[in-house]
Design a protein around this ligand. Structure first.
Ligand code: UD1
Length: 365
């Protein structure tokens, strides 16, 4: 069976790698990688293919940036032509980005089976573009691979037929387990490269439009980070969106240390050895719970409720007092620690492929 795996942005690549590898192990499947080009800078895209030992994409669509409508429409037009020519037997999409939504719409209108990996997660915040992408993609999908029990419940509540829902765990943890093994002997040298001492620094990532597109909001965050950084070193690998906006506003950090976006192996080494992370990324919330590193999420809500219940995550939004209190707890060893999260064990891709074998090769879907 010819499976087209569609990706476009940095967080998609960690979800793609384990599944692509597992599908290749089974002669029944012929997996092809389609890169939409939503992320195109070397350090947002190609470096991840290298780190994750992925081959060059089989098809590269080169859509680049634009408004949501333009970016989504460009992916749709290019994918439609590709699918009509290449006739895949099924299309697999990941996560919640614009490329995911575009692929979902094109696939279902061409009556090609659509499988969604990381289905069912919900922040219940429709001001986030990702939430719209999730709801629409899930409504169109024929098989939904979900990461946790919350996601199962969300889909049932939305009336998705239970026979389409499969609880398989979080596929990002598959990549995390693999990379942790690979960097075991290199962690020290990676920290040295950035002149960092284990557990003596905080790691920051911020890129959500709600945090970084308004100067007033970003100023609040800037003030919080600069206050923290007077006391403890902060390293901030900056997302292009955030970097561009700061440049336009003529803003620069004086205390926090801004660095270019990191490759996956380096980012994980820094995350694992940090005292805490401050983030608005979905992926980092999940990774930090797995790594048992305290995570302060600069958002009012999350699609990863499980990391609050079982993990190290706390929603802090822009509450300076709360953030400073929690950092003090972390320093004194009084912050909560992680319980293991069911099925976040590095074997999600295996479970997905077993299900695909049952559902597709046996001709049931
Ligand atoms: C996208 C996803 C978001 C995901 C994030 C991870 C959507 C709606 N959002 O947000 O869910 O968490 O990726 O990074 O799909 N840019 C570059 N170089 C690049 C890529 C982007 O300079 O390689 C610039 C673009 O020109 C644009 C900005 O970054 O100005 C935003 O890019 P875009 O892909 O639209 O959204 P992200 O903020 O990256």
């Amino acid at each position: 069976m010819k499976f087209f795996l569609v990706v476009g942005t940095r967080p998609n690549f960690m979800k793609l790698a384990p599944l692509w590898r597992e599908l290749r192990e089974h002669g029944e499947f012929e997996p092809y990688v389609i890169h939409t080009g939503q992320h195109y800078d070397y350090e947002m895209s190609q470096v991840f293919f290298e780190d994750l030992e992925l081959p060059e994409p089989d098809f590269y669509l080169g859509v680049g940036s634009g408004t949501h409508a333009k970016q989504t429409a460009d992916v749709m037009v290019r994918l439609e032509g590709l699918f009509l020519n290449e006739k895949p037997d099924a299309v697999i999409v990941f996560g919640d980005v614009n490329s995911t939504l575009a692929a979902a719409i094109v696939t279902s209108k061409l009556l090609i089976p659509l499988y969604h990996v990381e289905a069912g997660v919900r922040s219940f915040d429709r001001t986030m573009p990702e939430e719209i992408n999730r709801v629409v993609t899930d409504a169109l999908s024929n098989i939904l691979f979900v990461p946790d029990d919350f996601a199962v419940e969300n889909l049932k509540r939305e009336g998705i037929d239970e026979s389409k829902i499969f609880l398989v765990g979080n596929i990002m943890m598959d990549s995390l387990v693999t990379i942790l093994d690979k960097i075991k002997s290199r962690e020290e040298s990676i920290l040295k490269k950035y002149k960092l001492t284990p557990k003596e620094y905080g790691l920051v990532t911020l890129h959500r439009p709600s945090n970084v597109d308004s100067r007033d909001t970003f100023l609040k965050i800037y003030d919080i980070l600069e206050t923290i950084a007077k006391d403890i070193e902060l390293v901030f690998p900056i997302h292009p969106r955030t970097g561009k906006n700061m440049k336009n506003w003529g803003m620069e950090f004086k205390q926090a240390r801004v660095v270019d976006p990191l490759k996956y192996s380096e980012f994980i080494a820094l995350q694992k050895n940090s005292l805490f992370v401050i983030t608005d990324s979905g992926g980092v919330q999940t990774e930090s719970s797995f790594l048992n590193v305290p995570c302060l999420t600069a958002r009012p809500n999350t699609e990863w409720h499980i990391t609050i219940e079982n993990g190290t995550n706390t929603l802090v939004n822009h509450d300076k007092e709360l953030i400073l209190t929690l950092i003090s707890e972390i320093k004194h060893g009084n912050y909560k620690t992680s319980d293991s999260i069911p099925l976040w064990d590095g074997k999600t891709a295996e479970r997905i492929v077993e299900i695909l074998l049952r559902q597709t090769v046996n001709g049931r879907r």
